[in-house]
Design a protein around this ligand. Structure first.
Ligand SMILES: Nc1ncnc2c1ncn2[C@@H]1O[C@H](COP(=O)(O)OP(=O)(O)OP(=O)(O)O)[C@@H](O)[C@H]1O
Ligand SMILES: [Mg+2]
Length: 497
């Protein structure tokens, strides 16, 4: 098969960081090539060079046999190379249709935008790829998963020859992943070449022909998917064997109820009743849009409670805002790290220590030395890849940014910790470290809620899993959490009717 793209001896540095070290790779026309490696290995940097977002320092690029420089995103797009980013980059105030056709002249007639054509064409495009979203909806009203599908539609509009997916599923649940895979299968049938980056290894086994492994800026090897095992792949990625995906589970908890919700309703969730024990990790799963994130928002004082009550340590509380919630010892690490969790332009150190609790309860960090030691410890435990903690979060790779979200939550040391998709975009090795830290916090008596689209994640961490569906609790699995079928039944039940 002919190579559609050849990368020869490409090198890239960001200051002291050697992001790409003499990378050579040939991508065959029509194949789906996976790109894997630990957080900070250089995957996004490599594909950003292909899409003209980053410029290489050294090396050569060939597209369809022609040497090319790819000096700008426009040049790359004109050649037929397109990218779906790690997090959707859309304009929140505009509608789905406007976002998709932004900059596309085909919806203009006589120099004027034809709204009719715009919405009609958007409808057709979304239908072709089975994306169920209203073209008139404003992007800010959509959840992150739906935004991601809109971003993909925008890319497909250009009918690219090569599509790069950089962790498209980090915020998707199984249902949306299925939609995405249908889209990818359509692209494959059209003989479109795909480069697919993901930390979810099962996905790679499902859709890719070959797997290119990167480590510390180098391309280590390219493997055929056939006959490849997960253990082998992890070994190539980490350069060592990973004994287990999860640390040993500790299912005990104290008898005290840390948090209780009684018939809580907000604009988005209805009649939620649940208990979280002291020293417990409770799992919450469900489809995207089932109300998991909205439940977290209610507990954190972000959404107004219309009826029902919240009790913390037995006492009824009213949480009018996040400050109230923080005062009561609640902390939320949200799923949208760019929008809510981090101040990207500020240093890593500041992001980690900048938590509401700090200003309220000064005793947590009485001295700066202690604080520094804690930050350094978390950097080591989570293996945050940065030469100094004074760099802006913006300069970190996606997975390392997510580690900062986790570090920030841990530093806050609240009594009740809610993690919404804590390991999105995090590599398998670092996931294990995060799970170990969560178990440790649990042992210290913290009460933790883990919201995850990955059923395996809540199964590996929790002894109790609450399943949400259409804004309500569909059911709870207690003890027998390995029973995946029961979880799936609860997730989908009404949709089958
Ligand atoms: N704009 C930038 N400025 C400074 N350093 C950067 C910049 N972009 C990337 N880096 C550094 O380059 C290295 C490679 O980052 P890259 O984003 O390519 O990793 P990745 O393999 O995509 O990781 P992840 O799985 O976490 O997304 C990292 O050490 C990162 O901090
Ligand atoms: Mg990346």
């Amino acid at each position: 098969m002919a190579a559609i793209l050849e990368v020869k001896h490409v090198d890239k540095r960001f200051g002291a960081v050697h992001a790409l070290n003499d990378v050579s790779l040939a991508v065959e026309e029509g194949e789906t090539l996976a790109l894997v490696g630990e957080n900070g290995a250089g995957k996004s940097t490599l594909v950003k060079i292909l899409t003209g977002v980053n410029q290489k320092d050294k090396g050569e690029l060939f597209f369809l046999g022609q040497k090319t420089e790819l000096k700008s995103a426009m040049e790359s797009r004109n050649l037929g190379i397109a990218q779906v980013y790690q997090q959707a980059e859309l304009i929140p105030e505009l509608t789905v249709a406007e976002n998709i056709f932004l900059g596309d002249m085909s919806v203009y007639q006589g120099g004027l935008l034809s709204w009719k054509t715009l919405f009609k064409k958007t409808g057709e495009l979304l239908k072709k790829y089975n994306i169920a979203v209203n073209p008139h909806a404003r992007v800010k009203s959509l959840n992150v998963a739906t935004q991601q599908l809109v971003a993909i539609a925008k890319v497909l509009l250009q009918q690219p020859k090569l599509v790069v997916f950089d962790e498209p599923t980090a915020v998707l649940s199984d249902n949306e992943v299925k939609i995405l895979f249908d889209i990818i299968n359509k692209l494959k049938a059209e003989h479109t070449t795909i480069i697919y980056i993901s930390h979810r290894l099962e996905e790679i086994f499902t859709i890719c022909n070959r797997v290119a492994v990167m480590r510390d800026g180098r391309l280590i090897t390219v493997l055929e998917n056939k006959n490849l095992t997960k253990a082998d792949l992890i070994m190539h990625m980490l350069g060592k064997k990973l004994e287990a995906m999860f640390p040993e589970k500790d299912i005990g908890h104290e008898d005290e109820v840390a948090l209780e919700l009684k018939n809580v309703s907000t604009a988005k969730v209805t009649d939620i009743s649940l208990k979280l024990m002291k020293g417990e990790i409770l799992g919450i799963t469900g489809l995207v849009g089932s109300g998991r994130t909205e439940l977290a928002r209610a507990i954190y004082g972000l959404d107004r409670i219309k009826s029902g009550e919240i009790r913390i340590g037995g006492e009824r509380v009213r949480l009018r805002d996040t400050l109230d919630a923080s005062k009561r010892g609640i902390f939320l690490a949200p799923e949208d790290r760019k929008g809510e969790a981090l101040v990207l332009i500020r240093p890593i150190r500041e992001n980690i220590t900048l938590s509401n609790l700090k200003t309220i309860s000064k005793s947590f960090f009485c001295n700066a030395k202690k604080e520094k030691a804690l930050v350094e410890k978390l950097r080591g435990d989570l293996n945050i890849k940065a030469d100094t903690m004074n760099r802006p979060v913006l300069s970190l790779s996606g997975g390392n940014q997510q580690k900062v979200v986790v570090a920030k939550a841990i530093t806050a040391r609240p009594k009740i910790l809610i993690f919404d998709e804590p390991t999105q975009g995090i590599d398998v090795g670092a996931k294990f470290e995060i799970y170990t830290l969560l178990n440790k916090l649990k042992k210290d008596g913290l009460s933790i809620i883990v919201i995850s689209s990955e059923i395996e994640e809540v199964q590996g961490l929790c002894n109790r899993i609450v399943v949400m569906r259409q804004g309500k609790i569909a059911g709870e699995i207690n003890g027998n959490v390995e029973d995946t079928e029961s979880i799936l039944n609860l997730m989908y039940r009404s949709e089958a009717v």
